[in-house]
Structures are given as structure tokens and as C-alpha cells.
Design a protein around this ligand. Structure first.
Ligand code: FES
Length: 107
């Protein structure tokens, strides 16, 4: 499976098959801007810089418009990388390490 990196951070972790980006970040000891964690609030928007993602569950256009999808915005609570993926925070989003021992295990 691919790797997840986040521009401007030390995030570089191995993904598990079918895992969402937010799930991988949590497993690796990172906290990321999020809310409902089920695709309903739109708070967890990040930008896909490289790679492709897909959604295993429906994401409403009212939460993530076709225009935002086309511009590379994703919801990390629902987005599942197809392979290696690089994302970037947006002005309203952050990623920070909260459990370094988990980060060490995920590399
Ligand atoms: S946390 Fe609510 S849409 Fe992702």
C-alpha cells in the first residue's frame, strides 16, 4: 500500500488498505482538523497535491462541491488514497503530532 505525506509537516506514514487519510493520521499519532468524521460537516478539507483518492462512501455535493473536488480538495475523514498521496493543509486546517510513540510505529 502507499504512503501518506503532508506538505510542511513530518508526516510520512505507510497506509493500510482501505484506510482513510484521517484514520491513518490517527493511527500514526497525529491529530488533524476534523469534526463529524463521517463526511457530513466539511471541516476536514485538505488539498491533494499529488496522487489520487477515492471515496468508499457517498460524500454529498453540499459538503464537497464538484468544483472543490475538481480543484483537488478532499475530505480526509472519507478519502482513501489509491496509492502514494501527498496532501497539504488549508488555511483553516492543521496536523500535529500528539503521540510520538505511535508515529514511530507507523513509519
Ligand atoms: S470531519 Fe466532518 S466531513 Fe470530515
Amino acid at each position: 500500500m502507499g504512503r501518506l505525506t503532508v506538505v510542511g509537516t513530518d508526516v510520512d506514514i505507510a497506509m493500510k488498505p482501505g484506510e482513510t487519510i484521517l484514520g491513518a493520521l490517527h493511527r500514526a499519532g497525529y491529530a488533524a482538523t476534523s469534526g463529524c468524521k463521517r463526511g457530513g460537516c466539511g471541516i476536514c478539507k485538505f488539498d491533494v497535491v499529488d496522487g489520487a483518492i477515492s471515496y468508499r462512501e457517498i460524500v454529498a455535493d453540499t459538503v464537497l462541491s464538484p468544483e472543490l473536488r475538481a480543484s483537488g480538495t478532499c475530505l480526509i475523514c472519507r478519502a482513501v488514497p489509491e496509492d502514494d498521496v501527498t496532501i497539504a493543509t488549508r488555511p483553516e486546517s492543521t496536523v500535529r503530532c500528539v503521540a510520538p510513540f505511535l508515529t514511530a510505529l507507523a513509519r
